[in-house]
Design a binder for this molecule. Sequence first.
Ligand code: HGY
Ligand code: MN
Ligand code: MN
Length: 418
Amino acid sequence: MSTKELLINGERLWNSLMEMGKIGATEKGGCNRLALTELDKQARDLFCQWCEAAGCTISVDKMGNIFARREGLDSSLGAVCTGSHLDTQPTGGKFDGVFGVLSGVEILRTLHEGNIQTRAPIEISVWTNEEGSRFQPAMQGSGVYVGRFDLEEEWAKKDVNGYTVKQALEDIGYLGTEEIGSRHIQAFFEAHIEQGPILEDEDKQIGVVRLGQGIRWYNVTVTGRESHAGSTPMHLRADALAAASNIIAQVENIAHAHKPNGLGTTGFMQVYPNSRNTIPGTVTFSVDLRNPDPAVLASMDRMLNEYCEKMAAERDVDVDVDHFWYFEPVEFAASENVKIAAQKLGYSHMDIFAGAGHDACYMADIVPSGMVFTPCKDGISHNEIEFTTPEQCEAGCNVLLHAMLEVAEVVDSKTIKN
Ligand code: HGY
Ligand code: MN
Ligand code: MN
């Protein structure tokens, strides 16, 4: 029988998603499992347990990235790797990242139970801190792996409580010893929910991801002067929060000024001293600008900086713009494998670009990479109500399996089951 009939077990995949979703479960049905917390440890431990039960060996590198390896007939070949992340947003869902990781586990189980051998080894990766919520930037583990970020610098990154990445890795027992970037990988694929409405609107089962859009992250610090809310005339104020509010409103204007794909978001803010009757002296907030076109993203960057200078002059405040992360748009060289797999299996599909950042976006730096998108309900993600269906997960995982086998090759299909 041809490998075309080799299909994953959708019910088992769904049950694993629900099982993993219990770790950090929130009342509204989502997950709060921030990177490198005890809950992230529990999720990582469960992943390792499942992979070992499917006959894999586990490695952990110095950034806490986990690799589950299934040997192939020829272990000298580069592994065909898939993976994603297990950390979530504070009000995250059960599928963002986890669907990609557990699709990899389901592929291991399918090959293992079918006693199917591939020519190349298969590896499943769990990347540290993809979300960039507790520690910045996003895609931190995969970014270190491909050499975009320096290990020591990222180890030293702190959360709002002053806890470092390295301390957190040590605390949860995932400060590995394997050298960064030392795996022998020949191709990387990632399955992920789309996190947007397009596939659902177009009634397509699979998104063939051709491009990951560009991202610019900033920390903006506005410094004014604390003073009394009741005795400081308006014209004598240096109100850091009022100035910040204008800049945040301008972030939205900048996005609208760069239609159709301009995006601008402020999601994080700290106000000092944060007391209702003291005029704020210092405000720090995030800015997230995105666009698939680097020239447009550069224009958005210019507009933001110009406006911050204007605010500083007009409001007698200091505005520091720390542009600490730039991710330029990336094309996926192995996206054709995804398309071939979707066609072979008869799933409806369409080309799409990724609005969110993904670990595959960095892996594309070093090996041919591809992404498989599946629809999610109403396009909602980074929200506890994030939802997709068992059938949509099954379709995405089947496409991932066959995209990977296109490269890894099945050499022994003694007992391929229906
Ligand atoms: O920010 C992102 O796009 C991803 O969720 N880390
Ligand atoms: Mn994700
Ligand atoms: Mn996410």
